[in-house]
Design a protein around this ligand. Sequence first.
Ligand code: F6P
Length: 762
Amino acid sequence: MATPSRHWARHSFRNLRGEPATILAKYGAIAALIALVASLVLAPIVTALVEDWSRRDVELRSTLVFNTIQEPLVRMLANHETDRIQALFESVATDARVMGVAFCRDDGAPEISSKLMPASLTCEKISRSDTESFSFVKVNGRNTLIASFPVSTREMSGHFIIVHDLSFANQRGAEARKYTSFLLAGVVLLSGLFAMALVLILIRKWLQTFRKAVKDASMSGRKSGDTVGFGMLDRELRQVLRQLKVGRGSVDGEHVDWGKDTLRRIIDAELPGAEVFVVANREPYIHNRGDHGVELQTPASGLVSALEPVMRACGGTWIAHGSGTADREVVDSGDRIRVPPDAPEYTLKRIWISEAEQDGYYYGLANEGLWPLCHLAFTRPTFRDADWRQYQTINERFADAVVAEAKSPNPIVLVQDYHFALLPRMLRERMPGATIITFWHIPWPNSETFGIFPWKEDIINGLLGSTIMGFHTQFHCNNFLETVDRFIESRIDREQESVTLKGHETFVRPYPISIEWPPAALKHQKDVATCRKDVRERLGISQDCKIAVGIERFDYTKGVLDRMRAVESMLDAHPEWINRFTLVQAAAPTRSKLPTYRDLQEEALRVAEEINQKYASATQPPIKLIIRHHEPAEVFELFRAADACVVSSLHDGMNLVAKEFIAARDDEMGVLLLSSFAGASRELSEALIINPYDALSMGETLHHALTMSESEQHERMRLMRDQVRSRNVYRWAGQMLLDASSIRKKQRIYEIAAISQAEAPR
Ligand code: F6P
């Protein structure tokens, strides 16, 4: 079945093909008009010329006849041989065009005339003169020419009269008019046909050039100078297609003030009427049954904090696993609920997953397989065939949901993360017109590391169903392309950074994710001084004590243990901080069903206890470990209360905690310590960059942070705030959608070219 976009292209191409027909009809009508006007103007002239020519011909013949018979006539007149004259006249009058011949005497004596001389023509009525003369008279309704020649003998004088029938001249004129009209029509028709043939040839050539240019533009590895000469038209086409190239050349966010409205405008202008879907495992709002009834929770998830404001700007549907204990109680019959619950702006569609399925798909394949595989945190991944099968089942279930929810055949589907690596291909096969933007929120390892994954070809094949494959950094894009190159037979265009598999091209692009600006969680915050005071009071920390915060999910990739060891190292090296410093470590329990995560929590508690014991005499325990979920407002309050924030990920795709800390500090104070193994370190170069594997140097950097002058803090924070403000999450989404828009435009051109190729007469 043809998709609407294909219908559109087919329709457009028909229009294109209809154009020559319109041109032909137009030029045909103009040619007919020219022929009509020309025959109206030219035909009377030709008729007059032909009639005049015929008349002169008759005059000449009359003179010839007279010259022939003049001598015998004069002789016969002199000899009064009337009978012979009569016979002579009869013989002259045998000519079909001669109506009569006569001799009129000037003295009025009876005339001599041929028998068929019209009776109405008598000598008195015929004008004569001293020289030969010709006159035109209508006789019995017919045009006649009367030629009169003076003749004289010694005894008398008179005129030889010859009457010619001129109606043949009129016939000749009419015929000439007819043939002239035919001739003119023929000439105009032929030249019109010639011109039309020329136009058709030109159009055909134009289409060939167009197809070739489009084909060339879509071919890989073609050097810019490597063009076949198509002249100006070709250059123009190439120019247009170049402008549509995806990414890099597209509108850059630096010059745009990215915000909710900018994103809305882009969607309205570039993707009018497009349906937007987000497919993500984690839902943005979780309904749990608590002590006080149904309670709403916002999950601790970088993905959610980035995508939620985007969805509020775009509208559309977010399809996610309904993981809350009260989720089923609040949805409608289609398992949908409008969110945010207090001021709905988009739809959340919940998908139900059984516990067994969750064990295989989420805990097993996604978090014991892909997660440790992609993060270089030295945790061995586990791959189980049963988990893989559950992963396939759940990917199918989410693909079914997109197909069922979509009202159009070409929606924009934003597929999120490593939970859905198979879904893009499943969707591509069922919705060829969909624009699928897949974003991989975690790092992509090098090809050697990825090579241990038993179903690597399936995962790559699945992801290459996407229109765009996005990563946080160029480094991860390069790793992905290397992996594709190593394990899949496909065409890689290094210049365009795209992979073509099974005739479908996937563009691989870096889109550094970010947060909304200004963040909603900052809205109801108290001033920094109050936050500092309140948090210290609440946590039992003295007011003059410096605080560093660490806030994240309790994940082994975040380097929580290494951070604590760095604190210990700093206190050893700089004991002046004992009693004057506390690390507030807020950690949200996550994936606790998995032994690695449970072990980490236990280990963290043990290490915190060990370090606190080490400085047991201190009134301020150096580590305050708070293991619970914090809502965004609480997180922001902690950020504002802190002197430093430590992000010590062992490996991280981006890490939005770093950006949230910066966004929280509208006082432009506070120091960020940031792991060089987090994607954020590529952008936030004014942070103090740390190696979480090196406790000693991390401890020293922490000491540096706590002793940094206010002016330096201010300068660094100001620059980082500028960076996060301009490169916010609306830019992240906007750039992906702009790229999607240019791909959609490009695809339309390709479709038109393909249809023209298929339908063009050969
Ligand atoms: O950090 C990568 C990431 O996928 C985030 O995008 C997301 O916030 C988190 O991991 C997933 O956590 P969870 O398994 O709790 O949804």
